[in-house]
Write a protein that binds this ligand. Structure first.
Ligand code: CP
Length: 315
């Protein structure tokens, strides 16, 4: 695997989930793979889970992790091509990336969507430069349009807790005060479409995601209708595609609460975290025994470890 970006990069999903089970059961069984090897984790944006779970996954594999907080620890990096660098950015990605690549064997990159230039974001301009200029395998740790380590952990969590072969999984938009990227819902949709689940997207009008990620999913504009009989509810906010990156609705009736959960099949609640309580989900639902947000976050180590393990095995 030269890069981890889309669901196709992991290959057969059944095999990947079986491998995740093995990694979770015996996390230190592949320590030899990472011996004398280094992963550099580049963060253009804040993180709790991704930063810590990626470091833990690397350590489990015997890999040495180095974290670089761009815009904090390093020079500010210019990401656009052909610009006169007369602003506050001291170094261009064209130099910084090959330098980073020369110090390591694997690279992970977090680079959120800017939400101002749709073409720049949806071309994955920053991640693609890492792939092109580093010469090393690159993992998206949430880039402009995707968050594959999260979606893999989400699917693995569903696999662990499902009680029927083909569960109904509903991803619902929920309100948030600030504009958020579409990366998490994009990847969740992509991975659910590839998995053996009955997948439904619940959203208000105007929040349609990019068709390449929606695929054949059923899109329902009535949240209560979508929730009927659901086995898993995955809540997330995302900003609109048109006008790009804008908050066009803050309808608090979409906050996931006991009213919606009552029509489900005693559904489990999922959210990638961080979550704004009583905006996205009520205290009652996230604190209920059906909430899986903590085991879901714990599985971020597993998904990251499977990806790094595969990359190391191919070296
Ligand atoms: N879910 C997730 O990616 O969390 P962080 O932003 O804290 O890494």
């Amino acid at each position: 695997m030269k890069s981890f970006f889309h669901v196709q990069d992991i290959g057969d999903l059944g095999k990947a989930l079986e491998e995740a089970k093995q990694v979770k059961a015996t996390p230190y069984a592949w320590q030899h793979l990472g011996k004398n090897k280094t992963i550099i984790l580049v963060f253009f944006n804040n993180s709790l889970r991704t930063r810590l779970s990626s470091q833990k996954a690397a350590l489990n594999l015997g890999l040495d992790p180095i974290v670089l907080n761009v815009n904090g620890d390093s020079w500010k990096l210019e990401t656009r091509m052909g610009v006169v660098m007369d602003g506050d950015k001291s170094e261009h990605l064209k130099e910084a990336i090959p330098v980073i690549g020369s110090y390591c064997d694997l690279i992970g990159v977090r680079s959120f969507a800017g939400l101002t230039d749709k073409e720049f974001d949806y071309n994955e301009t920053i991640l693609k430069q890492f792939i092109e200029y580093s010469g090393k395998p690159v993992i998206s740790l949430e880039s402009a349009t995707v968050h594959p380590c999260q979606a893999f952990a989400d699917l693995f969590t569903i696999e662990e807790y499902k009680t029927k072969k083909r569960p109904k999984v509903v991803m619902t938009w929920a309100p948030h005060p600030r504009a958020l990227p579409q990366a998490v819902p994009n990847s969740f949709a992509e991975w659910m479409n590839a998995a053996d689940v009955d997948f439904v997207i619940a959203q208000p009008e105007g929040y349609e995601l990019d068709p390449q990620f929606v695929g054949n999913a059923r899109v329902v504009y009535d949240q209560m209708e979508a929730f009927e009989g659901a086995d898993f509810v995955y809540a997330k906010n995302w900003s609109a595609m048109n006008p790009y990156g804008q908050v066009i609705n803050k309808d608090m009736s979409w906050t996931v609460g006991a009213r919606q959960m009552a029509v489900t099949n005693n559904a489990h609640f999922l959210h990638c975290l961080p979550v704004r309580r009583n905006m996205i989900v009520t205290d009652e639902v996230i604190d209920s025994p059906r909430s899986l947000v903590i085991p879901e976050a714990a599985n971020r180590v597993v998904s990251a470890q499977v990806v790094m393990k595969r990359m190391l095995e191919e070296m």
